[in-house]
Write a protein that binds this ligand. Structure first.
Ligand SMILES: [Zn+2]
Ligand SMILES: [Zn+2]
Length: 405
């Protein structure tokens, strides 16, 4: 049974049995065996029912050359190599009611006490390592939530009524941000991410490669959606990420099968209802010392095992929340470097259809995306990148820095 006590004895290293039914064909230009002589190194995308690639199996791949030639891509340069992170806006007194917006509707008081929201310094440290070679800075001039006409942020009853709340930029310009009650009632109120991004676009510092705002509030994009955890407009160098849906009180329970254990065959078979498929990819037995995926699973299960007598360690929900938000932020910032969604491997740049799918995806980028990322930063900000002698050394160093510990 694929539950918390599952030992994950066999794994799918390529797509799940659902992929062929969904019409997804894995690209054969690279196989993980050819690439690293270790099939455990870079497993395929899972493509489980409801996953982004299952719903859109013909999503076009973006190879390295297409990435490099993309007209809208903003190169990193020595003058523009800083990523700015804007902390969630502060509250003017007149909108103190808005503080209720960032509390998950199903949260119990003890949930809120047991967990700390992601610390922005931790996030900056993570992103500095992820985008090594670029500078990551906190944008130190605050945005403020503000009254918009007479609306003071009181929670609305129905999601079909939209109103506006004010967002004041550091230059004191006031933007009217559309907001509504969330259709699934998970959050009290959501803000429209496109309106927030419009305000952000007016405040890009001259040395910024890109700027991202991190919101405590839940976000939505339009009438048709329920929520949106992150969005980037790479061409405009702006992005927004919400921490709201990843808070432990409202994120779905992963049942012990978040990445890396998401490759567990028992878990996948359960989600795929295997008997309905004609072609069945074969899972492989997990063996000791059998590569990075094995090591990652071993690390997560041993942590869990040690703590099983006293249940989950108290800092785990805080760490998990931080981890998920950091990965989403890295994903959106990669869009700002011109990377499109990845269809090659299990990868942090895969498109994502649900919070559950996000939990199954890895925090690292695959070799194809890493090549783009390394070139984006290397060509722009690493001296000697294009020098023949240096290039391999820089790449080697880069690859080592990127390797998950
Ligand atoms: Zn399992
Ligand atoms: Zn990738």
């Amino acid at each position: 049974m694929a539950n918390r006590t599952c030992k994950h004895t066999s794994l799918y290293l390529d797509v799940s049995p659902h992929a062929s039914k969904a019409g997804f064909k894995q690209l054969e230009l690279l196989t993980s065996k050819e690439l690293l002589e270790d099939e455990m190194a870079f497993p395929g995308p899972l493509v489980l029912p409801g996953d982004d690639l299952a719903d859109d199996p013909e999503y076009p791949p973006q190879d390295f050359n297409e990435w490099r030639d993309e007209e809208e891509r903003n190169p990193v340069t020595n003058e523009r190599k800083t990523i700015y992170i804007v902390p969630s806006p502060l509250f003017e007194k007149s909108v103190s009611k808005m503080q209720a917006w960032s509390v998950c509707s199903s949260a119990k008081e003890q949930d809120a006490r047991a967990v700390n929201a992601p610390d922005i310094q931790d996030i900056v440290e993570y992103l500095s390592a992820f985008f090594y070679g670029m500078d990551v800075k906190i944008f130190d001039q605050p945005f403020h939530w503000h009254k918009w006409e007479s609306y003071d942020g009181a929670v609305l009853k129905h999601s079909n009524t939209e109103t506006r709340i004010g967002l004041k930029s550091p230059s004191k310009e006031l933007f009217g941000i559309r907001c509504r009650a969330s259709p699934d009632e998970t959050s009290p109120m959501q803000v429209n991410l496109n309106d927030v991004l419009d305000a952000l676009a007016e405040n890009i510092p001259s040395d910024a490669h890109s700027i991202m705002i991190l919101l405590d509030q839940d976000m939505y994009e339009g009438d048709g959606d329920i929520f949106c955890a992150g969005r980037a407009y790479g061409g405009s160098r702006i992005a927004a990420v919400s921490t709201f849906r990843d808070q432990p009180a409202c994120a779905p329970k992963d049942n012990g099968h978040a990445w890396p254990s998401s490759h567990c065959a028992a878990y996948i078979n359960q989600l795929c209802h295997l008997q309905t498929y004609t072609t069945k990819p074969q899972p492989v037995q997990r063996k000791p010392n059998s590569g990075p995926l094995h090591a990652a699973i071993k690390a997560t299960t041993s942590t869990r095992h040690e703590s099983s007598s006293s249940s989950i360690p108290s800092e785990a929900p805080t760490a998990q929340w931080l981890g998920r938000v950091a990965v989403t932020m890295a994903h959106e910032l990669c869009h700002c470097l011109g990377l499109d969604h990845c269809v090659y491997f299990a990868c942090a740049m895969q498109g994502c259809g649900s919070v559950e799918e996000a939990q199954r995806q890895p925090p690292y980028v695959c070799p194809v995306c890493l090549e783009k990322l390394a070139a984006a930063i290397g060509e722009g900000a690493v001296a000697g990148w294009n020098d023949e002698v240096w290039s391999m050394a820089v790449r080697e160093k880069w690859l080592r820095a990127q390797r998950p510990c």
